[in-house]
Design a protein around this ligand. Structure first.
Ligand code: NAD
Ligand code: MLT
Length: 313
């Protein structure tokens, strides 16, 4: 059945503000974007599809969507969208690159502190009726060296927040001007130097062919023994199996992990280890971030469907 009212397909859970901004002159449909068997037929009549990180809009999905005008990613990472294939088909891809950066940065800092002080393990132990104080001796952050891998929007916010703890900040990011880093009080170093010098490493890279597996067994072996590693960027940037081994051997002291090579992820070698704090891709999961991301991309979808110019969100 064809329809003159544009169909907007919402493929993941988004903030209520999305519906308010989209308005009444579109037909809203919902689908579970992670369920391919449901997603592909649902795309057949869609003029727009709104997603977060769980929906793959690849060449196959685009081919199933002949009416599609716009793919809207309510968040930052576009690694789940085949942007070149969309562009080839004349489909606009929009995201909300600043909507959740504060939330993601706060989550990375929370993981770092939770890992340094064993907070989830101590919480679980006390709930089991154990008063185990010496088992959960942690480390201070103050006067330590923090290595930021990827000094972009989120990496900068993390560095600024950790600066308040009185740390030395170093970063590896070959695309950043040294002057910009110096303004932030961050010394730019090579990846090798960062691995050698950092007591804490926090990763804020995009997922690209260049960054995938950037921190593997060899890099983990080159870190200071007992280093604490946080990855709230993308799964696969740190090799999960190598990290699990390094945590078991004590080469890595603790880790805070929000993202996984394959998501959803309910089974990982990391989940059985006591010195790991894990969350299910929650970096952007705050009321504020979801509201900002939803509002921004819903505005872009409206403009795209009206054939108007879509400015950066
Ligand atoms: P950004 O583009 O602002 O920053 C990324 C930085 O990485 C840039 O400064 C870039 O120069 C640098 N970089 C790129 N390739 C590099 C390489 N090979 N080596 C070293 N540095 C490199 O991105 P952002 O907004 O800061 O987001 C960072 C990551 O966080 C992205 O992967 C994004 O998808 C992810 N993210 C996760 C969540 C979450 O829920 N966990 C939320 C928001 C964003
Ligand atoms: C993002 O890239 O914005 C994050 O993965 C957050 C999300 O969309 O859930």
């Amino acid at each position: 059945m064809t329809t003159t009212t544009p169909v907007v397909l919402i493929a993941e859970e988004l903030a209520p503000s999305v519906l308010e901004v989209l308005g009444g002159d579109v037909e809203i449909r919902h689908v579970d974007g992670a369920d391919r068997a449901a997603l592909l037929p649902a795309l057949a009549e869609a003029s727009a599809v709104l997603i977060r990180s769980a929906t793959q809009i690849d060449a196959e999905a685009l081919a199933a969507a002949p009416l599609l005008k716009v793919v809207a990613r309510a968040g930052i990472g576009l690694d789940n969208v085949d942007v070149p294939a969309a562009t080839e088909r004349g489909v606009l891809v929009v995201n909300a690159p600043t909507s959740n950066i504060v939330s993601a940065a706060e989550h990375a800092v929370a993981l770092l502190l939770a890992a340094a002080r064993h907070i989830p393990a101590a919480d679980a132990s006390l709930r089991e009726g154990k008063w185990a104080r010496s088992k959960f001796t942690g480390v201070e952050v103050t006067e330590k060296t923090v290595g930021v891998v990827g000094l972009g929007r989120i990496g900068v916010l993390v560095a600024q927040r950790l600066a308040a703890f009185g740390v030395t900040l170093i970063a590896y990011d070959p695309y950043i001007q040294p002057g910009r880093a110096a303004q932030l009080g961050v010394r730019l170093v090579s990846l090798d130097e960062l691995l050698r010098e950092a007591d804490f490493i926090t990763i804020h890279l995009p997922k690209t062919p260049e960054t995938l597996g950037l921190i593997g067994a060899e890099q983990l072996a080159a870190t200071k023994r007992g280093v604490i590693i946080v990855n709230a960027a993308r799964g696969g940037l740190v090799d999960e199996a190598a990290l699990a081994e390094a945590l078991q051997s004590g080469q890595v002291g603790a880790a805070g992990i929000d993202v996984y090579a394959k998501e959803p992820c309910t089974d990982s070698p990391l989940f059985g280890l006591p010195n790991v704090v894990v969350t299910p891709h929650l970096g952007a999961s705050t009321t504020e971030a979801q509201d900002k991301a939803g509002t921004a991309v819903a505005r872009s979808v409206r403009l795209a469907l009206q054939g108007e110019f879509v400015p950066d969100a």
